[in-house]
Design a protein around this ligand. Structure first.
Ligand code: GLA
Length: 742
């Protein structure tokens, strides 16, 4: 991206004229205004709906606030940067040096170069505005122009003043198997921080993403909303500072989390920060979501507009009990259901120490011959015989102390040399020191060796099940230890660059104990992310609901679990499980032969329908209709609409049954009000017996203004003889309908 600019740049520069100028950049629907005068601080004036300068300066949203406060002035408030200079001074006074505006086919970039009046320190602030969607990216470059190292104590990517004291904040929090829980709360006075300190898994607890309603509410379809997400693979820090002093904006600061990570910048060195991505919506958070999804698919996610295949992953089916026979029969059975890809998960590797438990073998990426006598070749042969593609699991940044790799290279791990490290999973897992170039070559080699030996591998699941528990690098000099949190992640990104240079179209799924690495910083290198180790369909509704706020359906892997969920032991009808997984990239995670014949027949129908409808689900616009958090948490509903608005898929879920439930009226969104739509149930649970509304034709206007009632959704089925092959539980009902414009 940055190279593109160099090639296509049209430069409009303002050098040292002393004139005060308002700089505007706009997307189709949003505008940012900054005021720059050489020798003076940079002022932020406006970010909001697309506006002329006349509109801006007449409006209540206009403001004059320092655009990027450095510690040194206004020391009573929060700051975007805090620099310890070579002479020990910790005050910085940034003024405008010059301004550049460049442009390419994709975006306009405004760059403001600031210099410190007291030290040889330069800060470049970049503001990028896309031409095809309402997304802007803010990022910065910190340069030490002196002769001695300086220390960056806080070095944000972005500062954004918001002219509102009535903000409502949405953020996502969670844990293993419980990711992306949505919290919506008024932004209170004081400082609120979303952050992680995990080291290498940015979304281990909080997502680096938020929505901010700036009109005193955060509604799905109404009101002004700023959505933000930091594209960074490591620790992040997103800070909201609100105080009630009249005229003071609410401040947003976003960037790398500086805790334990003050960055030593050598003379003449520049640190580029990750990009902070903002989307602006004047029509509620739903529009902000759709804008981010569009941006992600078209500009950030690898192969973002390509179709994703339906796969079976072996993990929940057999865990580490991988055998040739077991894999072969899973492949055959899945192929019969219409599957397209088979992924062999953990448990296939380790020669001296075969991987039977999580205590051994990470690092030894060769086949466990006892388990797979015919090797990966044998498996690929069976996959091909069954018309399936083949994929494989690796966790290449890790090692177990019981492994040949650790025996050979005990100095390749992150740990302090003077004391016992903290171990991760299996009490023997350690993280490789990616800052060491030899380790980088090794990790690139894990993929390269596998692919060279088995060029027909079509998919890799790249897992990462441990935090940086020992933040000491044997490779980095002592004086640079606090650079580790940044350097680990920069090294990882350079490894990913190398892998992608050689294998640009290999599908690589990002996984980290489920969804702990769900972050846009990874997505130029990965096609999809494993949403969560939680496969219980009830919990998955919440996890996917939250993830979909920021990430598009085609990058979230969602798998149908076995009839009794491995973790929660909950039994949910197979239809409900398929309908929940069909919200995102559908897959299965079980031994298919454990399904009854009727369930297998259903699975076959559901997979065929998903394949037919996936252009709409994976690429369509998402409209959220009923939040699973609403009311008594009985329902959830959402829909996808293609860009021509002639094909849509709506999904309805009921999670709790009570007697005599009233009809649930659900208003659809995103349709063309002037067209008639044929409603057709997708994969009815009993073939040939669709719900009552299937086959009816209704106008888009009626569906959006009066809504739809699926009577079967509230029906009491307890007195009905259960159709027990489909496990007809009374709590869990779900329906999918497609809407076809006539
Ligand atoms: C993690 C992943 C799972 C599975 C296991 C294998 O927990 O999230 O999907 O791959 O590791 O050990």
């Amino acid at each position: 991206m940055k190279k593109l600019f160099a090639a296509l740049a049209l430069m409009l520069a303002t050098y040292g004229t002393g004139e005060c100028k308002d700089y505007t950049i706009s997307t189709p629907g949003s505008t940012l205004v900054l005021t720059a005068e050489v020798g003076k601080p940079l002022y932020f004036r406006y970010y909001g709906t697309r506006a002329s300068l006349d509109d801006v300066f007449a409006s209540h949203r206009a403001i004059k606030a320092q655009a990027f406060r450095a510690f040194g002035t206004h020391c009573d408030l929060s700051h975007a940067c805090f620099i310890k200079h070579a002479d020990g001074d910790n005050a910085t006074n940034l003024v405008v040096d010059y301004v550049e505006q460049t442009e390419d086919a994709q975006m306009t970039r405004l760059t403001i170069v600031l210099k410190d009046t007291a030290h040889p320190f330069v800060l470049r602030l970049h503001y990028d505005a896309y031409k095809d969607c309402d997304v802007m990216k803010f990022w910065a470059e910190y340069t030490n122009n002196g002769k001695k190292p300086i220390s960056l104590q806080k070095y944000m990517s972005a500062a954004l003043p918001v002219k509102s004291q009535e903000c409502v904040l949405l953020h996502l929090d969670g844990d293993h198997g419980n990711e992306c829980n949505e919290t919506i709360e008024p932004l209170a006075d004081g400082i609120k921080i979303l952050s992680t300190q995990d080291g290498s898994r940015p979304s281990a607890h909080n997502q680096a993403a938020f929505m901010l309603g700036t009109d005193g509410k955060l509604d799905e379809t109404d009101g002004n909303v700023i959505a933000g997400t930091l594209a960074w693979t490591g620790n992040f820090h997103i800070e909201f500072e609100k105080n009630r002093i009249k005229g003071q904006p609410t401040m947003i600061y976003a960037g790398i989390n500086p805790v334990g990570a003050d960055y030593t910048l050598a003379p003449k060195q520049t640190l580029s920060t990750p990009e902070m991505v903002f989307a602006y919506s004047t029509r509620g958070k739903g529009e902000a979501t759709r804008t981010l999804h569009y941006w992600a698919r078209h500009h950030q996610v690898l192969d973002g507009t390509k179709e994703r295949e339906v796969l079976l992953n072996s993990w929940e089916g057999v865990h580490m009990n991988v055998t040739q026979e077991g894999m072969n029969s899973m492949m055959k059975d899945f192929a019969r259901l219409g599957g397209e890809m088979f992924v062999m998960d953990d448990g296939w590797f380790g020669d001296k120490y075969p991987r039977d438990t999580d205590k051994t073998s990470l690092g030894d990426w060769c086949v466990a011959k006892g388990k797979l006598p015919e090797g990966i070749e044998g498996l690929i042969r069976i996959a091909k015989d069954n018309n399936l593609k083949f994929g494989i699991w690796i966790e290449p940044e890790m090692v177990n102390t019981k492994s040949e790799l650790y025996e050979k290279h005990p100095d390749w791990v992150l740990r302090h040399e003077a004391f016992e490290p903290t171990y991760g999973r299996g009490k023997t897992q350690l993280l490789l020191d990616l800052t060491n170039p030899k380790v980088q070559d090794f990790v690139v080699g894990v993929v390269d060796n596998l692919m060279t030996a088995n060029p027909e591998i079509a998919y890799i699941k790249w897992d990462h099940n441990m935090s940086i528990l020992n933040a000491s690098s044997p490779y980095l000099p002592k004086a640079l230890q606090s650079n580790l949190y940044v350097e680990y992640n920069r090294s990882l990104l350079s490894i990913l660059e190398r892998v992608r240079a050689k294998y640009p179209s290999l599908i690589i799924q990002l996984c980290s104990a489920g969804g702990f690495r769900l972050n846009y910083g990874f997505m130029p290198y990965f096609q999809e992310v494993w949403g969560s180790d939680q496969t219980d369909a009830r919990h998955r509704i919440y996890i996917q609901w939250g993830a979909l706020d920021f990430y598009p359906a085609n990058i979230i892997a969602a798998h149908v679990c076995s009839t009794k969920n491995k973790y929660t032991q909950r039994v949910v009808p197979v239809k409900f499980r398929f309908d929940v997984a069909s919200m995102c990239r559908l897959g299965m995670e079980m031994v298919p032969a454990e399904l009854t014949d009727a369930e297998q027949a259903y699975a076959k129908r559901a997979i065929a329908e998903y394949k037919r409808l996936r252009p709409v689900i994976q690429q369509g616009d998402l409209y959220k209709l009923v939040s699973p958090y609403d009311g008594d948490r009985e329902y959830a509903s959402l829909m996808y609409v293609n860009d021509k608005k002639d094909h849509a898929v709506a999904m309805f879920y009921r999670m709790t049954f009570t007697r005599h439930m009233p009809d649930k009226i659900i208003k659809l969104q995103g349709l063309d009000p002037d067209r008639q739509y044929l409603i057709r149930e997708v994969a009815p649970e009993v073939e040939g017996k669709p719900i009552h509304i299937s086959g009816k034709k209704v106008s888009g206007r009626f569906l959006m203004e009066e809504g739809i009632v699926i009577r079967e959704l509230t029906a009491d089925r307890s007195s009905r003889k259960p159709f027990n092959d489909i496990r007809d539980m009374n709590d869990y009902r779900s329906y999918m309908v497609e809407l076809i414009a006539q």
